[in-house]
Design a binder for this molecule. Structure first.
Ligand SMILES: *Cc1c(COP(=O)(O)O)cnc(C)c1O
Length: 421
């Protein structure tokens, strides 16, 4: 459920009609619902109620400062994957003790940054990283809390570009090697082992791969404890999928996920961390765009929008589906037609949907891409010298532009011409 609904025939974000925002901000723009973001956080919080837990919002899904602050105010921690995200989380008011640091290529500079500013744990992904972190911590007279991210060799049954838990993926340490790696960690005075981490991929639509992975983590927890390690935290990663197509079967709910987590790892007495990104932000955001032209082609009609692949890359990058709906509600029973929905960028990859059935649309009409709040604005670029798409947050009848569209002057002046040219 989200808070983008038709009221009196007009699509609203909570209490605000979208045409009002379009008139103020121009199109295209992202619009997020604070109530939906809040609701999704609470779904996870309730799913793990009664179990010691921390929800570490994976801010790479949507790292707008206002969104991260909203999460922090609800009590969430965050999962960061770069020094930049770490600094942004701090700027959004997230205390260091609620930040976990993931990623296969943390640099020494990023480690230093996090150790200086305060960090809950590093999720270490390789032995060279472990040695480097030990050195950095020792050089600062610090001790770095760590988990080791294990790769359980489980098929997440998701798009190949966002599967991370198979042996062939670059992530984590093979689970079979984990005991040896933990034994090494225990000898490094700059590190303190606190737990185990696993994250097998994104947009999972079944609980089975999670359960397989978590069962392996439970087994490893027992083995590591028998080896003398103190395992007090399990970071179970993110990855729960969302319904991108309303017509498809819905993925499992956080409540079902939470019940599975308790069943599989609940008896270990560990604090549970989870890192949801997409499920928190995905259906809490839409991308609103305007029809520039309707072009009649050979046997097909093109709906040419003012949004493009640089604003929302998921269809071009992952062949992802986004429901597209008109902002003005079509009359009931109106006949739909097939459109290829495209943007103005100069490549054929700039296609959002082929043969999509939509009600009749005309120049100037507004449409909304649903489920665009995660991996939308964060992946946007200025390809074709198109300004970075602005972002708007709505809460009840409050509207705020939380990232302005840059002006062409700003964009041009970011480049410099060398004096010798
Ligand atoms: C991307 C990522 C997440 C979030 O995944 P979602 O599918 O958005 O929930 C969590 N943890 C790590 C380590 C990630 O890389």
């Amino acid at each position: 459920m989200d808070h983008f609904l038709y009221r009196d025939g007009v699509l609203h974000a909570e209490d605000v009609p979208l045409p009002e925002i379009a008139a103020r901000v121009g199109t295209p723009f992202y619009c997020y619902s604070a109530a939906t973001l809040t609701r999704h956080y609470h779904l996870f919080d309730e799913a793990l109620a009664g179990t010691d837990h921390l929800i570490c919002y994976a801010m790479k899904a949507n790292s707008n400062l206002a969104v991260v602050k909203l999460m922090g105010d609800l009590g969430a921690g965050v999962d960061v994957v770069s020094g930049g995200e770490y600094l942004k989380a701090r700027a959004a008011g997230i205390p260091g003790e609620r930040i976990v640091f993931s990623g296969v290529g943390k640099t020494r500079a990023e480690m230093r940054l996090a150790l200086e500013g305060g960090i809950r744990q590093f999720n270490v992904e390789s032995e060279p990283e472990m040695e480097a972190l030990n050195e950095v911590a020792l050089s600062m007279g610090a001790v770095a809390p760590i988990t080791v991210r294990v790769n359980p060799d489980v098929d997440a049954q998701t798009h190949e570009k966002i599967a991370t838990g198979k042996a062939e993926n670059k992530f984590g340490i093979p689970i079979a090697k984990a005991r040896a790696v933990y034994a090494r960690a225990a000898t490094l005075p700059g590190l303190k082992v606190v737990g185990i981490d696993v994250h097998i991929g994104s947009q999972l639509t079944s609980l089975e791969p999670f359960e397989l992975a978590y069962a392996k983590v439970a087994e490893l927890t027992r083995a590591l404890r028998a080896d003398g390690h103190s395992i007090t935290r399990l970071d179970l990663g993110g990855g729960l999928g969302i319904p991108y197509e309303r017509s498809n079967a819905a993925p499992p709910l956080p409540l079902e996920y939470g019940a599975m987590v308790r069943r599989v790892v609940g008896d270990l007495g560990c604090e549970i961390e989870i890192e949801p990104g997409r499920l928190i932000a995905g259906n809490a955001g839409i991308l609103v765009s305007q029809v520039i032209y309707v072009k009649e082609g050979e046997g097909r009609n093109f709906l040419i929008l003012d949004a493009a692949m640089n604003d929302l890359v998921r269809p071009a990058m992952y062949a992802a589906h986004h429901d597209i709906v008109p902002v003005i509600e079509p009359a009931p029973g109106v006949e739909q037609g097939a459109y290829d929905v495209v943007g103005p960028v100069c490549e054929s990859g700039d296609t959002f949907a082929k043969s999509r059935m939509l009600p009749p649309l005309a120049e100037g009409d507004l449409v909304a891409f649903r489920s665009a709040g995660a991996y939308g604005a964060v992946m946007a670029s200025e390809y074709n010298m198109r300004p970075l798409v602005p972002e708007v947050l709505v809460s009840g009848d409050h509207v705020a532009v939380i990232r302005e569209r840059p002006s062409f002057d700003e964009m041009i002046n970011r480049d410099t011409i060398p004096e010798w040219l």
